[in-house]
Design a binder for this molecule. Structure first.
Ligand code: HCB
Length: 216
C-alpha cells in the first residue's frame, strides 16, 4: 500500500486535475485500509477550494467545477457511509435538522457536515439544498430537533440563515432549538450578528460544537 501521505497527495491531485478514475481508486484504497475518513474529506475540501480558485482566475470553467463537484460528492458519500456505519454503534446524542438554505444549491460541504454528525452519533434529518427557512424551522419543531444546522455558500443566501433565528423568535420557540451556521462566506462574527448559537468553520468543528450544544 502507498503511504497515507502519498494517498492524500494523490487524492488532492485527482480532484484538482478532475481525474474521476484516480479519485475513485484512492477512495477505495483509503477505505480498504481502514484509514480515517475525516482526514481524506478535509484534504478533498482543500482540493475543492483550489478548484474554486482556478474557477475565479478563469483557469477552469463551470463544467470543470461541476465534474469536480460530482467527484467530491461521490467520495463523500462513500466515506460518509463508512463513518455512519461506525457511528451506528454509539447511542444517539441528539437530533439535528440540516439543510442548505433557500436559493442556494451548494451542498457538498453540508453533506460532509451531515455525514460527520451522523458518524458522531447524531440523528440527522437532511432536508437537502435550496431549503426554505419555513421548512427548516417547521421540521425542527415537528422532529423536536436539538439543533438546526444551516449552510450557505453565497453572500446572497447568507441572510436567510438569520431568518431562521428570526422565525424561531417569532414563533416563540427560540429556546427549543439551537442554531448552528456555516459555509464558506459565513464567519463567527456574522453568526454572532444574526444571533445564531454557534458558527463552525469545518465539519470537525461542527461535530464538536454540536456535542457542546446538546450537553448545555
Ligand atoms: Co458555485 N459559487 N455557483 N458552484 N461554487 C461559489 C460558492 C462562488 C464563491 C464562486 C465564485 O464566484 N467565486 C460563488 C458565490 C459568490 C457569492 O458569494 N455570491 C458561486 C456561484 C456564484 C455559483 C452560481 C450562482 C454560478 C452560476 O450559475 N452563475 C451557481 C449557484 C446557483 C445557486 O446556488 N442558486 C453555482 C453552482 C455551482 C456548482 C453546481 C457548479 C457547484 C456546486 C455543486 C454542489 O454543491 N453540489 C459549485 C461549486 C463547487 C462552487 C465552489 C467552487 C466550491 C464550493 C464547495 O463545494 N467547497 C465555490 C468556490 C469556493 O467556495 N471557493 C463556488 C467545498 C466544500 C467542502 O466546502 O465551504 O461548502 P464548504 O463546506 C465546509 C465548511 O464551510 C463547513 O464544513 C464544510 C466541510 O469542511 N460547512 C459548515 C459548510 N456548511 C456548514 C454549515 C454549518 O452549520 C457548519 C459548517
Amino acid at each position: 500500500m502507498a503511504s497515507k501521505e502519498k494517498l492524500l497527495e494523490k487524492a488532492y491531485n485527482a480532484l484538482v486535475d478532475i481525474d474521476e478514475d484516480q479519485a475513485e481508486e484512492v477512495v477505495k484504497e483509503w477505505i480498504s485500509n481502514d484509514l480515517d475518513s475525516v482526514e481524506l474529506l478535509n484534504k478533498l475540501a482543500d482540493a475543492m477550494a483550489e478548484v474554486g480558485k482556478r474557477f475565479e482566475t478563469l483557469e477552469y470553467f463551470l463544467p470543470q467545477v461541476m465534474i469536480a463537484a460530482e467527484i467530491m460528492d461521490a467520495a463523500s458519500k462513500e466515506l460518509g457511509a463508512k463513518m455512519a456505519a461506525a457511528g451506528e454503534k454509539s447511542a444517539t446524542k441528539g437530533t439535528v435538522v440540516i439543510g442548505t438554505i433557500e436559493g442556494d444549491i451548494h451542498d457538498l460541504g453540508k453533506n460532509i457536515v451531515g455525514g460527520m454528525l451522523k458518524a458522531g452519533g447524531f440523528e440527522v434529518v437532511d432536508l437537502g439544498r435550496d431549503v426554505p427557512v419555513t421548512t427548516m424551522v417547521q421540521t425542527a419543531k415537528d422532529k423536536n430537533a436539538d439543533i438546526i444546522v444551516g449552510s450557505a455558500l453565497m453572500s446572497t443566501t447568507m441572510p436567510y440563515l438569520g431568518d431562521i433565528v428570526k422565525m424561531l423568535e417569532g414563533m416563540g420557540i427560540r429556546d427549543n432549538h439551537k442554531v448552528m451556521v456555516g459555509g464558506a462566506p459565513v464567519t463567527a462574527d456574522y453568526a454572532n450578528r444574526i444571533n445564531a448559537d454557534v458558527y463552525a468553520g469545518n465539519a470537525h468543528e461542527a461535530v464538536e460544537a454540536a456535542k457542546k450544544l446538546v450537553s448545555k
